[in-house]
Design a protein around this ligand. Structure first.
Ligand code: ARG
Length: 458
């Protein structure tokens, strides 16, 4: 018989049992549920709402149940519906009437919101740690890259040369913002719903701030309806996960490209590659592809919860039971992606020679040749057109703009002097981009310093 069956005359239809139960998902929250109940019982006793002896029996009983679940010795029964009733009914079986006092001044509505908030905080913290781990690996890779250059791209076409370290640091900054989003999601979850009871508050003289303190919440939710109705803190977490997953997916896409024969920019370690069951030569970047693939799943989890919440009247509705599976899945999936990406980045081999050897394709120097003319007095638009014709000429000759003879430059404009070679030198082109945040080695050294400083305060 369910804990709520008092007003019922008929048993539930068997088909509804599994359908209505959240136990297969929310049993993962048993530690949060027990911590919440211990704090609630402690506060009830401190307020004289239940006796100290009953509170002691409740707390001891709950700790014993926790130990049994830890040990895998607890038998879950789907008939209990959810983790809250599974634990409460077992408690009452074990300690008798005192167990029946635990739920005084409490509802599963504020209980589940409390458990879920505690879980969201823990997930956010773990993901923040993992985020730092990947940033450390990328910072090391950026430092190790030194003055290695590669073709910077727009539209996946050669654009201008950049330092590999600069390219990798772009991801470090994205991940820094992801960290900020996670930290905001942590803060959003960091308020106590307990005391809201079913929806309206309760007649018992609860000390909500005491319960909040015992559970490590920064404060209490100000409105009892809001406390049991909203899952925006989970949306915040899933959004933070989604954006981070999208960042990892973009990096994954570059890893897939870079490790292809066409690019050959990096070689993944064997430990982060897979073979083919038919083609003996294959070494595939499966794990980068999987991170890219799993991103759809993480974003799907976010969209699912957004849709679940969009038409709900206040206050609690059973639809909200659909909140936990996706959130747990998004966080777990992202944690795996972060761990795999960290390993992949720390063990790949950078093929700097290969990066350099493709630099003479795609006229990477073209912008700088136009800038040369502009700096010698030609309006930039005109210079752009002159260099455009030089590129066309190079294309016709089947070479790179940097390989055209000096005479061709001279024919294109009188302003070209012998020092045009400087504008064609790719290392000089990189070194000249000294703007704050630019790709010149001096600027990147400073950027790396700031990125490390930011990492240390996070
Ligand atoms: N299993 C429920 C959930 O996850 C707990 C709250 C149920 N409350 C209720 N009044 N049915 O949302």
């Amino acid at each position: 018989m369910a804990l709520w069956s008092g007003r019922f005359e008929e048993a539930a239809a068997p088909v509804t049992q599994e359908f209505g139960a959240s136990l297969p998902v929310d049993r993962a929250l048993y530690k949060q549920d027990i911590a919440g109940s211990i704090a609630h019982a402690t506060m009830l006793a401190a307020q004289g709402i239940i006796g100290q002896e009953d509170a002691d029996a409740i707390c001891e009983g709950l700790k014993a149940i926790e130990a049994d679940i830890d040990a895998g010795a607890f038998v879950f029964d789907i008939a209990d519906e959810d983790i809250h009733m599974a634990i409460e009914s077992e408690l009452t079986r074990r300690i008798g009437a005192a167990g029946g006092r635990l739920h005084t001044g409490r509802s599963r509505n504020d209980q589940v919101a409390t458990d879920t908030r505690l879980a969201a905080k823990a997930l956010a913290k773990d993901l923040m740690e993992a985020n730092l781990g990947l940033r450390a690996a990328l910072l090391d890779a950026a430092e190790k890259a030194g003055d290695t250059v590669l073709p910077g791209m727009t539209h996946l076409q050669h654009a201008q040369p950049v330092l590999l370290s600069h390219h990798l640091l772009a991801y470090v900054w994205m991940l820094g913002r992801d960290f900020t989003r996670l930290s905001a999601a942590f803060d959003a979850a960091d308020l106590l719903p307990l005391g809201a009871a079913a929806l309206a508050g309760t007649t018992y003289p609860l000390d909500r701030r005491m319960t909040a303190g015992l559970l490590g919440f920064a404060g209490v939710i100000e409105n009892s309806l809001d406390a049991v109705s909203d899952r925006d803190f989970l949306l915040d977490l899933e959004y933070a996960c989604s954006v981070m997953a999208v960042h990892l997916s973009r990096l994954s896409e570059e890893i897939v490209l870079w490790s292809s024969q066409e690019f050959g920019f990096i070689t993944l370690s064997d430990a982060y590659s897979t073979g083919s069951s038919i083609m003996p030569q294959k070494k595939n970047p499966d794990f980068a592809e999987l991170i890219r693939g799993k991103t759809g799943r993480v974003v799907g989890d976010l969209v699912q919860l957004l849709m679940t919440c969009k038409g709900l009247p206040l206050a609690y509705n059973k639809d909200m039971q659909e909140d936990k599976e996706g959130a747990l899945d998004a966080a777990k999936t992202l944690a795996q992606c972060l761990a795999v990406m960290t390993g992949m980045v720390s063990t790949w081999t950078v093929n700097a020679d290969r990066m350099r050897s493709v630099m003479h394709r795609g006229h990477l120097a073209a912008t700088d040749v136009a800038d040369y003319l502009a700096k010698h007095g030609m309006p930039f638009r005109e210079a752009h057109a002159v260099v455009g014709h030089l590129v066309l000429e190079a294309e016709k000759q089947g070479c790179d703009i940097s390989e055209l003879p000096f005479e061709t430059f001279k024919e294109a404009s009188e302003l070209f002097g012998r020092d045009i070679t400087k504008a064609l030198d790719l290392d000089a082109i990189v070194a000249a981009r000294t703007t704050e945040g630019g790709t010149a080695p001096v600027a990147v050294v400073e950027q790396l310093r700031r990125a490390r400083a930011r990492y240390l305060v996070d």
